[in-house]
Design a protein around this ligand. Structure first.
Ligand code: HEM
Length: 531
């Protein structure tokens, strides 16, 4: 062998030294480097089935063609675990309830972090929240935050939620309205109060805003903040319609950060706008956090004050919750709590307006609860509206706001018979599970009764077939909060109104695919006052 190598070197050395051969060697080395860069990630998961991927863009053209439905189409063809190439990055998609249990619960210790998709990698503001923090920092943060979500604390939020809902929906009579806009303002107001202790004043009818010049200035400030928040969130696209640095992140990740650094300095580019917005948002958040740190926050019940108090009393929380992490996690509440909750509420009202038999049952249950001025308690909300529970579950199944949940392996692990190396992106396809006819016969029919706890369908179903809030120790922390808000909103709305689709409402509903689902044109309805 040694003899062979020596002979080869003797023959090749003079050739390598000639200019033509040295150029060929350089080109070959570059080609090999490029191939390794693009095919390296694929190689590690090549045994997992999946469609052939195009060089560089992977399966992104399929995503552009079919939208989020692409994952159901691929699951039908390739089975419950398959590969999808988000540009260069392969994802191992898990689309089966039992495999989701394996990833989310049984093997959680090997898959406890989230992968950071390219849109988030371009946004440092979004990275320091609970969603994307990792390992020990995540568990300390999560434990501190969980202690703030005691049922007793949630119960105390009912009157605040009710107050916002009442004023937002006071005057809808006979109006054509873009319900999804109203519900986004409402959800942002509710979470703004619960997270920051600040009334953003977005959802109240204008007659309530007794603006003099001083608070008009303040209103503009808040409006700007919220516009920036909405801009920053909606720019986080998962396809090829984001900023240049986000697109590069999907295709050639190592170029994302250098390009972001350059483009954010060139006025007019999306990266420049995005960076400016995020810097403005961060500095406003830092301002709120700093001033709250100086004030006496004891006794206040908003999320920010509770974190600040926890920070003073717990050593671990003090180390983890530095002021930038406090800003991020508080902002994350605004982000995670507004778009998801308002999307879900809008979908429920949209679907109920299409199914008059369901509407009648919902209205009857709400009327039977008691006089219309009787505010339900947190306990009532959990136990006295069983049909409304079914309607909410079915609407969340029908339109799964978060169709994919991102996780990443922190060690080699076997999932569904495939050995996945450390660093593999494993994503749970909640949207595919929700439309699987094995667990949901006639999945394209909106039928809340399929969730009747006494019905055969519910008893037969796999316990993790419908998991819109995710699964295991990393599941959504705001589940109870948002269900409380959605139920209160539904009860209040249907005590006063029923809804019909506006003539401007497209059919079927068109959706946009960002970090979470969103409406392309909004949910346009007509509110009709009940007799
Ligand atoms: C209808 C409303 C909502 C839906 C459908 C929803 C859905 C989800 C999903 C699917 C996840 C990922 C779970 C997983 O990895 O298994 C998640 C995580 C999370 N959600 Fe929600 N969410 C909603 C409302 C909220 C609200 C109101 C808040 C805050 C008040 C919130 C805060 C969070 C946070 C902080 C995480 C990250 C948890 C972690 O990584 O430890 N969500 N949510």
């Amino acid at each position: 062998m040694e003899l062979l190598a020596v002979t080869f070197t003797k023959i090749a050395e003079p050739l390598i030294k000639t200019p033509i051969f040295s150029s060929i060697f350089t080109i070959l080395a570059v080609v090999a480097g490029v191939l390794c860069y693009f095919y390296g990630p694929y190689w590690s998961v090549r045994k997992v089935p999946g469609p052939p991927a195009m060089p560089v863009v992977g399966h992104l053209p399929l995503l552009a063609k079919y939208g989020p439905d692409v994952f159901s189409i691929l699951a039908k063809r390739y089975g419950p675990i398959f590969r999808f190439h988000m540009g260069r990055q392969p994802l191992v998609i898990v689309a089966d309830p039992e495999l989701c249990r394996e990833v989310g619960i049984k093997k959680f210790k090997y898959i406890s972090n989230r992968s950071i998709p390219s849109p988030i990698a371009a946004s440092p503001l979004h990275q320091k929240g609970l969603f994307f923090t990792r390992d020990a920092r995540w568990s300390t943060m999560r434990n501190t935050i969980l202690s703030l979500y005691q049922p007793s604390h949630l119960a105390k939020l009912v009157p605040t939620m009710q107050e916002f809902i009442e004023s937002a929906t006071e005057n809808l009579d006979s109006k054509e309205l873009t319900f999804s806009d109203l519900s986004l303002k409402l959800a942002t107001d509710v979470i703004g109060q619960a997270a920051f202790g600040v009334d953003f004043n977005l959802s109240k009818p204008k007659s309530h805003n007794k603006s003099n010049n001083n608070n008009k200035h303040e209103d503009d400030h808040v409006q700007q903040f919220i516009n920036q928040h909405i801009y920053s969130t909606t720019q986080l696209k998962m396809d090829l319609s984001g900023s240049i640095s986000i697109i590069l992140g999907l295709i050639i990740p190592f170029l994302q950060e250098p390009f972001r650094q350059i483009l954010k300095r060139i006025p007019g580019t999306m990266d420049w706008k995005f960076d400016r917005t995020n810097r403005n948002l961060s500095s406003r958040l830092d301002e709120i956090v700093r001033s709250r740190m100086k004030e006496n926050h004891h006794g206040s019940k908003d999320f920010l004050s509770l974190i600040l108090s926890a920070r003073e009393s717990q050593k671990a929380a003090k180390n983890v919750f530095t002021s930038d992490y406090i800003s991020a996690v508080t902002y994350e509440h605004l982000l995670a709590g507004s778009a998801t909750t308002s999307f879900t509420l809008s979908c429920i009202v949209y679907l109920v307006a299409l199914h008059l038999d369901v509407e009648k049952k919902v209205v009857d249950e709400i009327d039977a609860f008691g006089p219309h001025d009787q505010m339900p308690t947190a306990h009532d909300l959990q136990h006295k509206f069983p049909y409304l529970d079914q309607v909410i579950k079915e609407a969340m199944r029908f339109y799964t706001v978060s169709p994919l949940v991102a996780r990443e392996t922190s060690a080699q692990v076997n999932i569904g018979g495939y050995v996945l190396p450390k660093g593999t992106w494993v994503w749970l396809a909640l949207g595919v599970l929700a439309k699987d006819p094995k667990n949901f016969p006639e999945p394209e029919k909106f039928r809340p009764e399929r969730f009747d706890p006494n019905g055969e369908e519910e008893k037969r179903r796999h316990p993790y077939a419908n998991i819109p809030f995710g699964i295991g120790p990393r599941a959504c922390i705001g589940q109870k909060f948002s269900l409380q808000e959605i139920k209160l909103s539904m009860i209040h709305l249907y005590r006063k109104y029923i809804f019909r689709h506006s003539p401007q409402m497209e059919n079927p509903l068109e959706l946009e695919y960002g970090i979470v689902l969103n409406f392309r044109h909004g949910v346009k309805l007509q509110a009709i006052k009940r007799a």
